[in-house]
Design a protein around this ligand. Structure first.
Ligand SMILES: [Zn+2]
Length: 444
């Protein structure tokens, strides 16, 4: 559909008006000073905590046991005394984390995340307004509008291109095209390149490492006539050499988009380079369970200010980060993250030599509730070891199913070893790695 027609019709679609009003709010709030922002956030934090105490059994029980009453929270300092919510807490207490308010509708979701701990969760209807509004605003900073042509270099579990009628219709209507990050063969990259030269996407959304592989392909073949306005990268940290190469080959800025499936957009990088934490995320950085000063590294703890169906209060998302103490030169008051440590998916290699993005396991394993944690280790192109911590014992057939799924992507001749372990050791920085590869790709 023509983007102009799409945008003109959008307000008349279900939820279109609500989305517009969220977008309007965000246009104003991005220019608030940090003090204005914190005042607004404190009011919302109080509301979320009161709501959780009144309607969500997990929080009610926990706060009661610890002698916490929501009315006692008057400042962010008071808020910092609340207990954390971990991914393990969610795995163990999922049903009690959902609101009991009659009529409140929630939607089930799941993620493998970048931490190797699959997670099931619930979001709500309001999520589908805030999240696109936050994302559209970020893209708008680069001149990208809703319904502009969008090309993905992204993990698709099954197909290279959308093949079903529904998938094709969706791709046409939404103006989307895909390159599967799990099947980045030369042939697929060539097809995708030809399509991109003709189609000229307005932006790319990509895993940073997959896009560098694609950009490297364009560089080697001397293709410089794909000219988007923006490249949005997510799910992993982008290195400086990757960024420079991509920006040079595709002739536009790369924006880091920090997001998580259970929350949506957390932070978005502005054209001046600041990775701004969105208003509806109260993001703390803690070390040894205490909030640290800007400049110091710690765990990322997020409270979502627009999710009540399953409230995330002081949620340890599994990343490490550092706040920047300096405001951004763009003038927006939203605090900026200097660096995120973590969010790193390494590449693995199939037996025919093509690279497979490590995110494949994140997508595949979220459909197996038996898996509590996983780690994939590749020593060479013939061997993959998958270490699993299981929630409960599984039958041999279950293991065969996983091996088949892995072989479908990595090649029938890949030697896949599935090992059930009691625990997976953390790195020296305290991070769980989901993928470890001894094979160095030459494009990073
Ligand atoms: Zn900025």
């Amino acid at each position: 559909m023509n983007p102009k027609i799409f945008r003109a019709l959008r307000p008349f679609w279900p939820g279109g008006r609500t989305l517009r009003s969220r977008q309007k709010e965000l246009e104003d709030s991005q220019w608030w000073s940090i003090d204005q922002l914190r005042t607004w956030q404190l009011e919302r934090l109080k509301k979320v905590v009161v709501y959780a105490y009144e309607h969500v059994p997990y929080y009610h029980e926990k706060y009661k046991r610890q002698g916490i009453h929501p009315q006692d929270i008057h400042s962010t300092k008071d808020f910092e005394s609340l207990p954390f919510l971990t991914r393990e807490d969610i795995q163990t207490h999922l049903p009690e984390l959902v609101t009991r308010e009659p009529g409140y509708k929630v939607v089930a979701g799941s993620t493998g995340g970048s931490t190797g701990v699959p997670l099931h969760f619930y979001t709500e209807h309001a999520f589908s307004y805030w999240d696109p509004a936050l994302e559209l605003r970020g893209r708008g900073w680069y001149g990208v509008k809703e319904a502009d042509k969008l090309a993905y270099v992204w993990g698709l579990k099954y197909d290279f291109q959308p093949i079903g009628l529904r998938a094709r219709l969706r791709a046409t209507l939404l103006q989307e095209r895909f390159l599967n990050a799990f099947h980045m063969t030369d042939e697929n990259m060539q097809l995708f390149t030809e399509m991109m030269v003709k189609w000229q996407p307005v932006m790319f959304r990509a895993y940073a490492s997959s896009l560098s592989q694609f950009a490297n392909y364009l560089k080697i073949h001397g293709i410089h006539n794909i000219r988007p306005k923006l490249i949005e990268t997510t799910a992993e940290k982008i290195s400086l050499p990757q960024r420079e190469m991509i920006e040079q080959v595709l002739g536009c800025k790369v924006a880091d988009w920090y997001s998580a499936r259970e929350m949506g957009t957390i932070a978005y990088q502005c054209p001046a380079g600041g990775l701004h934490v969105c208003e509806t995320r109260y993001l703390e950085i803690v070390a040894n369970d205490y909030v640290v000063e800007p400049g110091q590294m710690g765990e990322v703890v997020i409270t979502s200010l627009h999710q009540l169906g399953m409230p995330f209060i002081r949620y340890k998302i599994g990343d490490m980060a550092v706040y920047d103490g300096q405001p951004c030169s763009c003038g927006r008051g939203m605090p900026i993250i200097k660096e995120i440590i973590g969010r790193l998916h390494e590449f693995l290699v199939a037996t025919d030599g093509h690279f497979v993005h490590g995110g494949f396991f994140s997508l595949a394993f979220r459909h197996y509730p038996e898996i509590a944690k996983y780690q994939v280790y590749q020593s060479d192109v013939r061997h993959l070891e998958i270490r699993l911590v299981l929630n409960n014992a599984a039958k041999p057939k279950w293991f065969d199913e996983i091996i088949d799924e892995v072989k479908r992507i990595f090649g029938e001749d890949m030697q896949v070893a599935l090992n059930v372990v009691d625990h997976i050791p953390l790195t020296a920085a305290g991070k769980h790695l989901d993928v470890i590869s001894e094979i160095e790709p030459d494009f990073i």
